[in-house]
Design a protein around this ligand. Structure first.
Ligand SMILES: [Fe+2]
Ligand SMILES: [Fe+2]
Length: 249
């Protein structure tokens, strides 16, 4: 039985009986023998074969459990200053911005009118600029990391990540526009717009970072084997430059 067939049969059992300890262990053992890239390909193939995405739910839960260790394992394999290490550190900073954005948005939703003395509005403007400032991060991913992966015929995940960058870029620009326009907007409209775009960014950017940390970066480390190439990539990253929030690169 190949891995995909094994996955299908475990999934059938999971969907029929729920997650029992035995089946869970069987699934965990199987998922551990599969690389993150193979697992995403297997999930894709199962969907193409007609499996409903919601039937993959149990597998996703187990997948997550395995992935939790994946980032720690990845970090152990790379040193400070490594292209991926810098990108992961930047993700950590961006995730902090997202926690703050969520909080500021909630506070603004509880206000009845605009008051320029409230610090939330200033912080929203600053946050919108910091979040947009991740552009160099995305450029390093696209022009250096994804390009090297695509040269090695890993094309699917980078293509999806590029599309998400483009989509998020527009939403981030919108957030910045609202944050800077509040004085000229009807306050209820402002609140509704900020709520929608903030929630979108918080959810989708988190999800994007998760996919990169747990799937794309480990796959990159697996696919790009030559140290020389990583050193050369580091130089190309230096040429592109870093973000205002990048810690020690
Ligand atoms: Fe990205
Ligand atoms: Fe990223």
């Amino acid at each position: 039985m190949n891995k995909i067939d094994k996955l299908s049969s475990v999934l059938e059992k999971l969907n029929k009986n729920g997650v029992t300890p035995d089946i869970r262990d069987e699934a965990l053992d199987l998922v551990k023998t599969i690389t993150p890239l193979e697992l995403s390909q297997a999930e894709q193939q199962l969907i193409e074969k007609g499996m409903k995405p919601e039937d993959l739910r149990h597998l996703c839960d187990i997948h997550m459990e395995v992935l939790k260790d994946e980032l720690e394992k990845l970090k152990m394999k790379i040193s400070e200053g490594h292209v991926l290490n810098t990108l992961i550190n930047e993700h950590d900073r961006i995730l902090e911005f997202l926690i703050e954005l969520d909080d500021i948005n909630m506070r603004i939703q509880n206000m009845n009118s605009f008051n320029k003395d409230r610090k939330e509005f200033k912080r929203l403007r600053e946050l919108s600029i910091s979040i947009l400032d991740a552009e160099k991060h995305h450029q390093r991913e696209e022009d250096v990391l994804f390009m090297e992966m695509e040269d090695r015929e890993v094309t699917g995940p980078p293509r999806i990540m590029r599309m998400e960058h483009e989509d998020l870029r527009q939403k981030k620009a919108l957030l910045k526009k609202y944050a800077h326009d509040v004085e000229n907007m009807n306050f209820d409209d402002f609140k509704a717009n900020v709520d929608e775009v903030s929630k979108y960014i918080v959810f989708n950017l988190r999800d994007h970072i998760f996919k990169e940390n747990y799937i794309l970066y480990p796959t990159a480390l697996e696919t790009i084997e030559e140290n020389d190439v990583w050193n050369d990539m580091k130089n190309r990253c230096d040429d592109i430059g870093y973000c205002s929030f990048t810690p020690n690169y």
